[in-house]
Design a protein around this ligand. Structure first.
Ligand code: PHE
Length: 360
C-alpha cells in the first residue's frame, strides 16, 4: 500500500500549496472526483482477495476523507486570506479629523435675504415673486405712475429693445419690487400679507449704487391696517435684523406715487476710517421707502379701496447687508472676488432662523 502513501503526500502537498479556489477544485476532481485517482484505486478493490480488501477498503476511505477535509480547510483559509486582504485595502481611520470648511460660501446677499425672510415669516408674511423683466404696466402704470409722469425719469430705467415699427410700450428691467404688490393682489386678493425679495435694476453706479441691486417689498392689506402698524413692523424688523435693542430710525416725510402718505426711513450709522457701523455716530443711511398703499394702486390690482387699506415698503437688501456686516463698498458685492467672498461669505450650514439666531 505504499502507493496510497504517495497519493496522500502528493495531494495533501498540492492542496496546501494551492493559491485559489479554481486550483482547489481541479485537485478535488483529480483526487476524489468520480474518475479521480482514489476512485480508480477503489475499483481495484474488486480484484483483491477478501483479506487484502479488508485492509485496503478502510485505508482508501480514510484517504478520501482526509483529502476532502484538507480541501475544505484550505477553502476556508483562502476565503479568510481574501477577506483580510480586502480589509487591509479598505482600511479607514475613523479617528481622523473631518475635512475642513468647504471652500464655497453663502454670499452675504443670500444670507441677508434669508434673514429678512425669517423675520417677516415670523410676523406672518408669505413670500411672493414676480418677473425681473416687467411690462411697463406693472412697473409703472398700475403703481399710479402714468406715461410722462416725472417719476419715470427718477428711476433711471433700463428699457428692453423694441423695433421702431412696434408701437407697444417696451418691457423694462423692473426698477423696484413694487410691481410684485400688484401681481400678488391680483392673484390672491385681500386681505394679504406678503414680502417679495429679488433683483432690481437702475442705471446708476457709485459707492452705494450698482445697476443691479436687491430689494425686499412688503405689503399688508386688511380692513383696518394703519400707518401705526407700518411703524411697528419696521421697528420690529430693524431691531430683529440688526440684533440690537435700540437703533435710531428716522422717518422722513417723502413722496411716492404709489403710497399716500409716504415715508422714507433712515438708520443711524457712522463711517469712521472707512468702517461702517450701525446705531452710532451722526450719519444716516436711507434703507427703505414706505407708506399707505394708494387707493388707485389697490384699484389697479382689483382690490376695493373702500373696503381695504394697508401699507407697503421697499427695503434695499444690499444696503442693510452693508450696514449689518460692515461692508463699505457696495460694488464689491458683485465683483466675484474670491478673497472678498471668503472674507464676507457665510457657512452653508448656518441657515438663519429666529430661534437659533440670525447670524453667528
Ligand atoms: N419702490 C420704492 C423704491 O424703489 C420703495 C417703496 C416701496 C416705497 C413700497 C413705498 C412703498 O424706491
Amino acid at each position: 500500500m505504499d502507493d496510497l502513501g504517495d497519493l496522500r503526500a502528493k495531494y495533501l502537498t498540492a492542496v496546501n500549496e494551492s493559491a485559489d479556489e479554481a486550483s482547489l477544485e481541479a485537485l478535488r476532481v483529480a483526487a476524489v472526483g468520480k474518475k479521480g485517482e482514489v476512485a480508480l484505486k477503489m475499483r481495484e478493490l474488486g480484484k483483491m482477495t477478501p483479506e487484502e480488501r479488508q485492509v485496503a477498503g478502510p485505508a482508501l476511505n480514510a484517504l478520501k476523507d482526509e483529502i476532502n477535509a484538507a480541501l475544505a480547510a484550505k477553502k476556508v483559509a483562502l476565503a479568510d486570506a481574501a477577506l483580510n486582504a480586502r480589509l487591509e485595502t479598505e482600511w479607514l481611520d475613523v479617528t481622523l479629523p473631518a475635512r475642513g470648511r468647504p471652500a464655497g460660501t453663502i454670499h452675504p446677499i443670500s444670507q441677508v435675504t434669508e434673514e429678512v425672510t425669517a423675520i417677516f415669516a415670523d410676523m406672518g408674511f408669505a413670500v411672493a415673486e414676480g418677473p425681473q423683466i416687467e411690462t411697463d404696466f406693472y412697473n409703472f402704470d398700475a403703481l399710479n405712475i402714468p406715461p410722462h409722469h416725472p417719476a419715470r425719469q427718477e428711476f433711471d430705467t433700463f428699457y428692453m429693445h423694441r423695433d421702431e415699427a412696434d408701437e407697444r410700450p417696451p418691457h423694462v428691467l423692473r426698477t423696484h419690487t413694487s410691481p410684485v404688490q400688484i401681481r400678488a393682489m391680483e392673484k390672491t386678493g385681500a386681505p394679504i400679507r406678503v414680502i417679495a425679495p429679488g433683483r432690481v435694476y437702475r442705471s446708476d453706479y457709485d459707492i452705494t449704487h450698482t445697476p443691479m441691486f436687491h430689494q425686499v417689498e412688503g405689503l399688508a392689506i386688511g380692513k383696518d391696517i394703519s400707518m401705526a402698524n407700518l411703524k411697528w413692523v419696521l421697528e420690529e424688523f430693524v431691531r430683529a435684523f440688526f440684533e440690537v435693542e435700540n437703533v435710531e430710525l428716522r422717518f422722513r416725510a417723502s413722496h411716492f406715487p404709489f403710497t399716500e402718505p409716504s415715508a422714507e426711513v433712515d438708520i443711524q450709522c457712522s463711517w469712521d476710517n472707512g468702517q461702517l457701523k450701525v446705531g452710532e455716530g451722526d450719519d444716516w443711511m436711507e434703507i427703505l421707502g414706505s407708506g399707505m398703499v394708494h387707493p388707485k394702486v389697490l384699484e389697479a390690482a382689483g382690490v376695493d379701496p373702500n373696503e381695504y387699506q394697508g401699507f407697503a415698503f421697499g427695503v434695499g437688501i444690499d444696503r442693510i447687508a452693508m450696514l449689518k456686516y460692515g461692508i463699505p463698498d457696495l460694488r464689491a458685492f458683485f465683483d466675484s472676488d474670491l478673497r472678498w467672498l471668503r472674507h464676507y461669505g457665510f457657512s452653508a450650514l448656518d441657515m438663519p432662523n429666529i430661534h437659533g439666531g440670525l447670524s453667528k
